[in-house]
Design a protein around this ligand. Structure first.
Ligand SMILES: Cc1cc2nc3c(=O)[nH]c(=O)nc-3n(C[C@H](O)[C@H](O)[C@H](O)COP(=O)(O)OP(=O)(O)OC[C@H]3O[C@@H](n4cnc5c(N)ncnc54)[C@H](O)[C@@H]3O)c2cc1C
Ligand code: SF4
Length: 418
């Protein structure tokens, strides 16, 4: 614990140093004051960035760890390491290893947020179930066929809400094609599966004399939104954010062998220096291109269901954004004294799109309530409905859309309009 707090302190100081240098670089590059999140939600109206303020949840969490209370407000950041209202969740103690599961339940995953609330409200969760097809009759969904414990079952439903994410949602809709909807459900526009957007996730890495121990604390600690709001100096559309990195050992070994070709003794030697590595990684906006898409193959999985094929490539806009971002992050690391710098050029992250929201049934799959245009009691409610994707992590927006959709279903049902 003491060592963890010391290492978190070192990372905090490093983050502050990075912020100061990034601020200087931003002024030099854009001729503007570096603006960004003082307290999320973020936006141009936020006060000028001071990274320690952007990380308001950290001293807040530490004060809670010491037994102090910091009020009932929930601080949020883009990587889901939010801290619940006082007395309802454990504080983050910066142990690290969040990606493998948080041993204190400080990380606000659905296991400690939505699922307990759903159960308390009377929901039944059928785990390890695979929905294979949605049934329809007279233009309406009647229920789903699902496989569980080796058997297929049918569940009747007044409303069907699909939330399988950007690959599995279009896969299920396409696999549900029938005589009424021969091209798949909700697909009269032909847009199901199209406009897949996989956010950019390139990185700059280096080595510091200080022992950083990047694995301590949440993996993405310090986030800057600057390039989501500043446009000068860009030769592309859209924005990106970037964040400090804390890869765990196996993923770090994977990165080193994949990106630098290290293997055997060379990989072991580099792994022994892992506590001195430091990195910044982008989450970058990509444009929606209809040809980036999910389709079905003839191959089937263990349930006999056709598996998806993903066709994806980057456009010139994305390549220009990557060049700018990687160069900027590399110069940021150089400014804090990092040596032996290198760049990770081929990573990607969050998937979005493939069942886009819109106001025209001819060019979109769902309306603003996430209700499918074609099947009135079929709702899609996950990252697939994004018509565009910003330059930040998507989960909070996905959850906001889900809450809104739930409210709309309840309201329309109350008014007898479903
Ligand atoms: C390692 C990692 C780190 C990430 N870090 C961040 C982060 O820091 N910040 C952030 O904003 N985002 C992050 N993301 C992305 C984030 O997890 C996703 O954007 C988000 O979970 C998508 O939400 P969703 O509800 O659309 O889909 P999901 O959370 O993927 O939920 C879809 C669910 O549907 C189930 N499912 C799919 N098909 C079927 C079927 N046919 N039958 C039954 N069930 C089905 C799946 O098992 C899954 O449980 C991260 C992702 C990964 C993998
Ligand atoms: S660092 Fe991550 S795993 Fe550790 S307590 Fe905080 S949220 Fe949980």
């Amino acid at each position: 614990m003491v060592q963890g707090a010391q290492q978190a302190g070192l990372r905090r100081r490093l983050a502050a140093r990075l912020a100061r240098n990034v601020d200087l670089l931003s002024r030099g590059r854009a001729g503007a004051v570096h603006r960004g999140p003082a307290d999320l939600p973020v936006g141009p109206e936020a006060a000028a960035l001071s990274l320690p303020r952007a990380q308001a949840q950290r001293p807040r969490a530490l004060s809670r760890a010491r037994g102090g209370s910091s009020g009932d407000r929930v601080d949020r950041n883009a990587d889901c390491h939010s801290f619940g209202p006082a007395r309802t969740s454990h504080p983050c103690v910066y142990r690290g290893f969040c990606v493998a599961g948080c041993s204190t339940n400080a990380k606000q995953s659905v296991l400690v947020t939505w699922l307990p609330r759903a159960l308390a409200a009377g929901a039944e969760i059928r785990d390890l179930a695979m929905v294979g097809r949605i049934e329809t009759r007279n233009g309406r969904a009647t229920g789903v066929h699902f496989r569980r414990e080796g058997e297929w079952h049918f569940q009747k439903a007044r409303n069907v809400v699909v939330a399988g994410y950007a690959i599995e949602t279009p896969r299920l809709l396409l696999n549900s094609a029938n005589d009424e909807f021969p091209d798949g459900l909700a697909n009269s526009s032909g847009m199901v599966g199209r406009n897949l957007m996989v956010q950019l996730n390139q990185a700059a890495w280096g080595r510091l004399e200080d022992e950083v121990r990047s694995y301590k604390g949440p993996p993405s600690l310090a986030i800057s939104e600057h390039w989501n709001y500043a446009d000068s100096g860009k030769d592309y559309h859209g924005g990106w954010c970037y964040m400090s990195q804390g890869p765990l050992p196996i993923s770090w070994a994977n990165t080193l062998s994949r990106c630098r070709g290290l293997w055997g003794q060379a990989l072991l030697d580099e792994m022994n220096r892992a506590n001195h590595s430091v990195g910044l990684k982008m989450v970058g906006e990509v444009l929606p291109y209809p040809h980036n898409r999910v389709t079905l193959t003839d191959e089937t999985d263990q349930y006999g269901l056709p598996v998806p094929r993903v066709t994806y490539s980057l456009g010139d806009n994305e390549k220009a954004m990557i060049r700018h971002a990687v160069d900027f992050m590399d110069r940021s690391l150089e400014a804090v004294g990092a040596t032996e710098r290198w760049q990770e050029m081929d990573d990607t992250c969050h998937l979005n799109g493939t069942a886009r929201m819109g106001d025209d049934p001819a060019t979109s799959v769902v309306d603003a309530d996430c209700r499918s245009w074609d099947v009135p009691n079929l709702w899609l409610c996950d990252g697939s409905v994004f018509p565009t994707v910003g330059g930040v992590n998507p989960s909070l927006t996905i959850q906001a859309i889900a809450c809104r959709t739930g409210d709309r279903i309840a309201e329309l049902a109350r008014r007898g309009e479903l």
